[in-house]
Design a protein around this ligand. Structure first.
Ligand code: PLP
Length: 442
């Protein structure tokens, strides 16, 4: 059995690498572009569509949750309301409802005591990465490009991210190679961060076979898989591969969930689900849960109990599943995806050097361009063509992504998609004409 090594709560790795911090500043740049060009159509941010936020109805559910707790604990609803207003249990209040919903909607096998409720998935990720990587030389493996949230945490905590060289789609093989390379340098992979369904930023999904192979490779090397699944409920078509947490027979996968996309980001409620036995060891699993709690108690103390009561009220009203709430939003995202790829096909005929994927769900797609698209290009695109795509290089751990772009289709209207894609096509055309003129003049 491979012993997982957990970090002491106070452990740290020293100063964040300058290059890692420089990578993060691109997000500020992007915010400024959006503010500087307010009329530009933005495909940059992957926000959920606001039209589906039923804030009033969800707020009305809070008393329902109070009544539920009152009946469960034999208290008055007024007593419960006061208790909810207090500081609360570090690891959460609504763990039972969350465990039931994760099983009902995502197929994640899960018990309340293995759930740690967090301030969004971002806190779950922060706690896990820091708990698992304690010593100098402990690294996190990721795909490349990857979600800026993991890049940011790692940079701030001074933990190195090592990109997997899985260009041919063989992530398990890339893990083996990375482990060998790290061992030769006296370093060790402690965790692998993955978004297996509808990846942010690429939109890609890992097949069941790939998931099983990755779990196997990680089991062999004592690497905890951090499975981040914010978009899993937004599948438009095809058969969903099981979540990695459901395929895991060896206690390899920590599942990270969030209500930011299924309800709304403002609830700031997410979770980490620790396996029953970590690499076959129940004590190691309990130790990790305790570690997450100790760390959380000094980060957010506990996740807002009022916000948990709101989520709890919704889960009670919906009888444990968010399917009914998510269905119309999923329709909207699907329609936007369809429209986006249809407009791309109209604007960029086959053989023109521009190509894209067609994700089976989620919020994002990837465009491949015949030229580099970075900060200069996004600023020009916003200024002259009134459209803001996101350079994939912003999510990259090296320069391999320079000709790729992430397009978020989640929070835009049909008209914005039609106009924005047409404007982007004009930009691409101008770039190519410019390149041809430079060639002729050279
Ligand atoms: C892959 C991924 N993980 C985590 C998050 C953050 O989620 P939360 O709002 O729950 O912190 C996002 C948000 O966009 C995301 O795309």
């Amino acid at each position: 059995m491979i012993e997982p090594r957990l970090a002491a709560p106070a452990a740290g790795h020293g100063a964040p690498a300058a290059t890692a911090l420089a990578r993060l500043s691109v997000m500020n740049f992007l915010n400024e572009v959006a503010a500087d060009y307010p009329r530009a159509i933005s495909f940059a941010s992957g926000r959920p569509a606001e039209a589906f936020f039923a804030i009033d109805a969800w707020l009305e559910g809070i008393p329902r949750y109070f009544e539920h707790l009152a009946a469960r604990d034999g208290r008055s609803a007024a007593d419960v309301a006061r208790l909810v207003g207090q500081y609360g249990r570090t690891n959460g209040l609504i763990n039972d409802l969350v465990a039931a919903q994760l099983f009902a909607d995502d197929g994640v096998p899960c018990t309340p005591e293995r759930v740690v409720i967090t301030a969004g998935c971002q806190e779950a990720l922060t706690l896990c990465v820091q708990a698992l990587c304690s010593a100098p030389g402990d690294v996190v493996l990721t795909r490349n490009p990857t979600y800026i949230g993991i890049t940011g945490i790692a940079a701030l905590a001074g933990i190195e991210l090592v990109p997997l060289d899985d260009g041919a789609g063989d992530t398990a093989g890339a893990i083996e190679r990375a482990v060998g390379m790290l061992a030769a340098e006296g370093r060790r992979a402690r965790a692998l961060y993955l978004i297996p369904s509808f990846d942010n930023p690429t939109g890609d999904t890992l097949s069941t076979a790939e998931r099983v192979a990755i779990i196997d490779a990680c089991r062999r090397h004592g690497i905890v898989v951090l499975e981040d699944n914010p978009y899993g409920m937004f599948r438009f078509e095809g058969v969903a591969p099981p979540p990695m947490a459901a395929l895991d027979r060896h206690g390899v996968v920590v599942y990270l969930g969030t209500y930011s996309k299924t309800l709304c980001p403002a609830v700031r409620i997410g979770c980490a689900v620790v396996p029953e036995t970590l690499f076959g060891d129940a004590a190691a699993s309990r130790a990790l849960i305790a570690q997450l709690g100790v760390r959380k108690s000094f980060v957010t103390v506990n996740s807002s109990q009022l916000n948990q009561a709101l989520v709890g009220g919704v889960l009670l009203a919906e009888q444990g599943s968010l399917e009914r709430i998510v269905a119309p939003a999923r329709q909207h995202y699907r329609r936007n995806r369809d429209l986006f790829v249809a407009r791309l096909a109209e604007e960029f005929p086959a053989g023109c050097g521009v190509s894209w994927n067609c994700p089976e769900g989620g919020f994002f797609l990837t465009l491949e361009l015949p030229f580099a698209f970075g900060q200069t290009e996004v600023a020009r695109c916003a200024d002259e063509f009134q459209v803001v795509p996101l350079p994939m290089s912003f999510f990259a751990l090296d320069d391999s992504q320079d000709r790729r772009v992430r397009m978020a289709f989640s929070n835009v209207s049909e008209a914005q998609i039609a106009t924005g894609v047409a404007q982007f096509a004009r930009f691409v055309h101008e770039m190519r004409v410019g390149a041809r003129c430079r060639t002729v003049l050279a």
